[in-house]
Design a protein around this ligand. Structure first.
Ligand code: ZN
Ligand code: ZN
Length: 337
């Protein structure tokens, strides 16, 4: 089968690789769509922190936001999974340690991360091998594009949930990329007012189209201030700004990661009585992500730029957006396209 492989920073090949074979407890899925994520771009550029602390190394087969159909089940796996529309968790814990056993498998020290950590091959290929226990069933009325957006939306649901949106709450989201825009949709669905700051004119306009109260390239001061502030950027200067902006007693939610540490003054957190939450993964958010989409409470396709074939992936990583896409920041790949 064909797979997109990053062999060295900014160097890639579409390789012919052996088809995966489902072992005990595993399945093979035919990949229909796989998203290009900011994390993938950081790996491609060789700046992802995991590449520098030994958690990952090139060459890598990237891709962790996927949808597909189960085409093969290994020993001990329920055969009724064959033909089912699925995606999977990205984080795959050992199942035995205390973190795995109390619902924090996404922080397991021995975890694999699909297409990210400890050498587990990702979904930018025609087929994917994953342990069946990490699958999530997708409702049949979701198309494969919608299904591939479930994982990024699961991350966004967790970010929104941590910001405690409610009617009368003012929430600031810094970053108008995929995570920022999806988080905005969840916060709006939960009844809050949302304000966004971004650097890209087109996605700022998209934020306004999604229904946020304000969006622009400059921070807007609002009466009463922001109850919760969210960093969904790759900019290490933003967390310190958010510490200054947030209302006393408020919440700061961090999901953006720069390749440099983001310094903050912890004394300000104390004096302002602020809660800071870090979000690593969407793992505990898949069910809610699927539910919000299924119930029509959010329209995740609004953030979709379009779908391209595997031959376009390298150019996307090099920063050349293919012509003919719409303004949405998320690009999906059809590995057989
Ligand atoms: Zn991602
Ligand atoms: Zn574990």
């Amino acid at each position: 089968m064909k797979a997109f492989v990053v062999t060295a920073p900014k160097v890639f090949e579409i390789q012919e690789v052996p088809d995966p074979v489902a072992g005990p407890g595993e399945i093979v899925a035919k990949i229909e769509r796989v998203g290009v994520c900011g994390t993938d771009v950081e790996f491609f550029n060789g700046v992802m922190p995991y590449l520098h602390d030994g958690q990952a190394k090139l060459p890598m087969r990237l891709g962790h936001e996927w949808s597909g159909t189960v085409i093969e089940v290994g020993e001990g796996v329920d055969k009724s999974l064959l033909g089912k529309k699925v995606t999977s968790d990205v984080m795959m814990g050992c199942g035995n340690c205390s973190r795995c056993q109390d619902g924090r498998q996404h922080t397991c020290a021995d975890r694999f991360e699909l297409g990210i950590r400890n050498g587990f091959d990702g979904a930018m290929a025609e087929k994917l091998l994953v342990p069946a226990k990490f699958l999530h069933m997708i409702p049949e009325d979701f198309d494969f594009e919608l299904a591939a957006l479930v994982e990024p939306a699961a991350n966004a649901w967790r970010v929104a949930d941590a910001a405690k949106p409610a009617p009368g709450k003012e929430i600031l989201i810094w970053g108008t990329g995929t995570v920022g825009l999806l988080t905005a949709q969840f916060c709006l669905a939960m009844g809050a007012d949302v304000h966004m700051v971004g650097i890209d004119k087109k996605t700022i306009e998209l934020a306004l189209e999604i229904g946020v109260t304000s969006a622009g390239s400059e921070l807007k001061n609002i009466p009463g201030g922001y109850h919760s502030v969210i960093d969904a950027t790759f900019d290490s200067t933003i967390p310190a700004k958010l510490v200054d902006i947030v209302e006393p007693g408020g919440r700061i939610v961090l999901i953006g990661v720069d390749d440099h540490a983001a310094p903050i003054d912890s004394r300000k957190l104390v004096f302002k009585d602020v809660t800071v939450v870090g979000i690593l993964s969407g793992s505990p958010g898949f069910k809610e992500s699927i539910r919000y989409i299924a119930e029509g409470k959010i329209d995740v396709k609004k953030i979709l730029g379009g779908t391209v074939g595997m031959s376009a992936v390298g150019e996307i990583f090099l920063g050349n957006r293919p012509a003919g896409l719409s303004v949405g920041p998320k690009i999906l790949i059809n590995p057989r396209g």
